[in-house]
Design a protein around this ligand. Sequence first.
Ligand SMILES: [Zn+2]
Length: 707
Amino acid sequence: MSENSSKVTADHLRRDAYLYVRQSTLYQVANNTESARRQYDLRGRAVALGWPTDKVIVIDIDQGHSGASAADREGFQRLVAEVSLGRAGIVLGLECSRLARNNADWHALLRLCAFNNTLICDEDGLYDPATINDRLLLGLKGTMSEAELHFIRARLQGGLLAKAARGELAVRLPIGLVYDPAGNVALDPDSGVRSVIARLFNTFEATGSATATVKAFAAEELRFPARHLTGPHAGELYWVPLRHDRVLFMLHNPRYAGAYFYGRRRQVTDAAGNHRTIVKPRQEWTTLIPGAHPGYISWEQFETNQATLSANAAARGEDRKAGPAREGPALLQGLVVCGKCGRRMTVRYHRRCNATLVPDYACQREGIATGTPPCQTTSGAGIDAAVADLVLQSLTPLALETALAVTAELVQRAAEADRIRATSVERARYAADAARRRYLAVDPTNRLVAESLEADWNHKLRELTDTQDDYDRASQQDAATLNDQQQQRIRTLAADLPALWHDPATPMRERKRLIRLLVTDVTLIRSSEHITAHVRLPGGQHHTLTVPLPLRAWEAHTTAQTTIVLIDQLLAEHTYDETAAILNAQGLTSGWGKPFTVPSLTQLCRARNIPSLRDRLKDAGMLTVDEIADELGVTPATIKRWQRRGTLTGRRIDGRREHLYHPGQTRPADHRNTRNDAGTRTVGGTCHHENNTESGKNAATSQGGAV
Ligand SMILES: [Zn+2]
């Protein structure tokens, strides 16, 4: 103690003593009271060294925080602050190196203590970091403390990992799997749970999409089981609506395929001290043992599901390759590739006037990224129809008969090849037998000869094994042939396919799934005359289709040429309203499929330069009401009245009783007897005025008109 006491100077005692108390976990805080008691006892130590009780400050706000990093330990940070401000004469802690579990934090604290002439004290002794011996000792303690932590962890995890590698480490099982009394993994004994889980996998297999699975469950109001993990109801079932994340969890979990796995995830810590869990690639998992216990799906199905999910995920990523088939009518969604730049084309829809959705295929990814116009855009309706035709034609019963015949021939050839391979196995077996007999026949005391014969025998045996392996592998490849029942099913399907395809009740999504089975992709090139589509089939063949460019909107709505000719003929004799009535009576329509009206007919004739009845009569020399009124020297109203009375002849030119008048007509002789009532006195006056000059003017006009 004397040596210890000699380190304490008046300068130290002038400042405060800091006692740092810490328990790493809440469990330790609650249960490891012994350690806590020892930590608080250090207060007595400080008093013994000469600090008055009121100058011993206890920092214990870090209770329940792990010491592995200082980042979120407020108490440790306060300790560091007090030391660096020179307020601490001594720092006390149980096993002082555990003040900081992290070596970097510890060395920082040591350096600060050395600068500020602060002592460090633990159960073992008193240290002055300013002296080299003590600092070395403290540094060593810190290093050992970190190493100790590492070894504890390694021992704990080593045991776990060894067990996990053998597939014996019991981990919590997902819903649907349970441990039986013997500790083996089994399917849940509750048949309700089993059937719902099986249904989830079946629905995903049928729809190929996790979202569609969730929707299907929601549509059928199916609920999904879960178990209480803790609490008074631990182990009991409850039922919740199925969620998308749950479906993904189930599909990605190898245990449903009967595989044991361990170490699929890893925790990473970034520079800011945040923890994050990442899923490792499969080859880095600690353990993966397929077929370890019963499951709901086969391992092959599990792999297929993973492939489907990653293809679906890619649909949202860089390249929209074959996302799940959706409801929209674009048949080639996800299959169309731009023939100009090789990028995948996206689907857009526009609505025709009759409200049907029409797909367009657009190569716009690069355009969007660079703010330039789309690479190419083309209407999809014609292409969809052509590709569907191609597929239906290539699946006719006749085509399939040919395919089946070819298959039969392949089977026959495979059988021949099999016989040939079998003979080579036979030969190898004979050679091995012969070598064996030679070895057995030799005198065992003739060691040199016996050894070489034995080597030869071994060599022949290895050759036999290799040949047998080759034979087995080749036979398995050939084994994939069709039996009669399968062939019959294929024939039936081919006959039914067109009907199924054209059935309006078949959802678009199913057509798309069919197309995806039968077509790998379609490359489109749009030229100024037509669209070329290269259709690639899974077998490797490809077809080239040429589809005419779709009509532009105005072209699609052009009135038929025969109708135009008829309109031209009718207008020679009929007004617009009469013509429209005749056309509608014949059931003819405009380019928009609508009956004709006077305005629509007028517009059409103006656009097509078809002269109206009025134009034609005008060209033939007939006069307007103003012209004839001028000629006869009367008002237009008078002309109309005369026309109504039949004293002037004309021709009706529209539905509003407007007329054109034949040229060369004269005033009716009795026009003065026209009824003049009070309302038309002014007109009468005019008439009177006209009367004065009537004879001469009338004669002149008549002559003029005759000329
Ligand atoms: Zn392009």
